[in-house]
Ligand binder design. Structure first.
Ligand SMILES: [Fe+2]
Ligand SMILES: [Fe+2]
Length: 507
């Protein structure tokens, strides 16, 4: 389930099926609002690597009552369970300045351990969402790593759907695309599997479904597709020595070693224009106190063994976040937890080339404070806080971070140019070079060195005394899960964001 255009009154129920459904539909027993039956639209694609056709169905439930509980059933004329169809219930968003809770992580994978990068922790991560019962969940890209299992992409997606359904049938799970959604054989961007499975709010651009916004209470959520602006090459890749051989039925040619799907710049600036328009409209709206951005890749990450920070996001989007006062940026990509200080603006020429030591402009973000606030909360109207939440449930947790051995300060790798595949010592095998630059991570506030796994829980209080509003963030981590999957998530980090309500700002 995902939000429709207006979370107070609309959701989309989407599902995939191994065969074609006859008369697919959602029933709403007892609902007087929209009628009792909503027919689903079919969208299909044929996987370009193994030739399997995937059938998906999307029912738009509109005109729902705000803040209400809706029961629904999913069925079709050829549903084997027609007597007792799949049934669940969900809540629409309440209207007005209301308290809301949401949760977030990225990099989930599946619990089916035969798939590359999957882990049983992925099941516990879905259960963790249910433990906190948010109104909705933000899934920050790298959903299931189907592209790491190129002969079986549809089966990996099916394992993902079966796993998340435990929660995603009862509350919207709002995704953004990650680099592991970029698949060979599936469309010009490699994103046809993702785009076929999800029906997301309209963005009015030539790229429907890739980025979108929605509003809940006094918060505006903006979901971005960062592969459009990052320098790093992290989509589907054939290392070699053998080519990747699509099934004969696809008619597709072998994909040669050294091939990668590098899609930086695909929207020709359309996404960034949309972002600026969306942010400038939000700035005119006194009903919006908070702006939260979701994207997969990281502008501020000091992971040692992961990808690190990407200058593409820093130079393209961070200036907009500064100008329009984005409060929070929620990411994944590096499979760990890191929180930044509030940052605004950047220092130029503060980085070093990783190989030569020459000065590099990494656009090093500038923290506005580097100590915990003493008056109860971080004022994010002064700076944007970035959270890396890449600890969904992959088999590759990362909890090592960079350190400048000369100063003992946190150090970040920064990717400032494309790292396209190059031949290795064995010319038949290709590798992607790592980050090309280093900088002191003067913006890094907290890093979880115990485990890479966790979930962030956000509680927005819209109306505090004195015209204030707050978001309390609690990050729970799965201690011990790096060694063995664990169901228990315990508190690791908490902080409060506190600022004036927009409608109380005078002058
Ligand atoms: Fe990932
Ligand atoms: Fe990623």
């Amino acid at each position: 389930m995902t939000w429709g255009e207006d979370p107070t009154s609309s959701v989309v129920v989407s599902w995939a099926s191994p065969g074609q459904a006859a008369n697919p539909r959602v029933l709403m027993p007892g609902s007087s609002v929209t009628g009792r039956v909503v027919h689903a639209v079919q969208r299909i694609y044929t996987d370009g690597l193994n030739g399997q056709t995937v059938f998906t169905y999307h029912a738009h439930l509109d005109g729902l009552e705000p803040g209400s509980t809706i029961h629904y059933e999913v069925t079709a004329d050829n549903d084997h369970h027609r007597e007792q169809p799949f049934a669940a219930s969900f809540q629409t968003a309440p209207r007005g300045r209301v308290p809301i809770r949401w949760t977030s992580y990225g990099d989930l994978a599946t619990p089916v351990t035969s798939w590359v990068l999957s882990s049983p922790q992925s099941r516990y991560a879905v259960q963790a969402v249910e433990q906190f019962k948010p109104l909705f969940h933000l899934l920050n890209g790298d959903l299931c790593y189907a592209n790491m299992n190129p002969g079986a992409q549809p089966a990996v997606w099916a394992a993902f759907g079966n796993n998340v359904q435990l929660s995603a049938a009862m509350r919207p799970w709002m995704p953004c695309p990650g680099n592991h959604e970029i698949e060979f054989g599936n469309g010009p961007l490699g994103l046809d599997s993702y785009l076929t499975r999800y029906s997301l709010p309209r963005n009015g651009t030539s790229f429907p479904g890739l980025w979108y916004r929605f509003r809940v209470g006094s918060a505006l959520f903006i979901s971005l597709a960062a592969d459009d602006v990052i320098y790093q090459d992290s989509g589907a890749f054939v290392a070699g020595p053998a080519p990747l051989q699509p099934a004969p039925s696809t008619g597709n040619a072998p994909i040669e070693p050294g091939s990668s799907l590098y899609i930086r710049g695909y929207s020709g600036g359309e996404q960034t224009s949309w972002l600026e328009k969306t942010l400038s409209e939000a700035a005119q709206d006194d009903g919006i106190d908070w702006i939260i951005v979701q994207m997969h890749q990281d502008a501020l990450s000091s992971s040692k063994n992961g990808n690190g920070s990407d200058k593409g996001i820093r130079e393209t989007w961070l200036p907009l976040f500064d100008r329009y006062g984005v409060d929070l940026v929620l990411c994944g990509h590096d499979h760990d937890y890191e929180r930044s200080w509030p940052v605004r603006g950047c220092n130029h020429n503060a980085g070093r080339d990783a190989a030569t030591g020459a000065v590099v402009d990494t656009c090093q973000p500038k923290p506005v404070i580097t100590t915990e606030p003493i008056d109860g909360g971080y004022d994010t109207s002064r700076g944007t806080i970035h959270l890396i939440l890449g600890g969904g449930g992959t088999s590759a947790p990362l909890d090592a971070y960079g350190l400048n051995s000369a100063t003992d300060m946190p150090q970040a790798k920064v990717i400032t140019k494309p790292n396209r595949p190059v031949p290795s010592a064995d010319a038949r095998i290709f590798v992607k070079p790592g980050a090309d630059a280093l900088e002191d991570a003067i913006w890094s506030a907290r890093r979880d060195t115990d485990t890479g796994y966790g979930i962030a829980v956000f509680d927005l209080d819209p109306t505090l005394a004195g015209g204030k509003t707050s978001i309390t963030i609690r990050y729970y981590h799965a201690l011990g899960a790096d060694k063995q999957p664990v169901a228990r998530y315990e508190l690791f980090d908490s902080l409060v964001l506190l600022k004036n309500r927009r409608d109380r700002n005078i002058g």
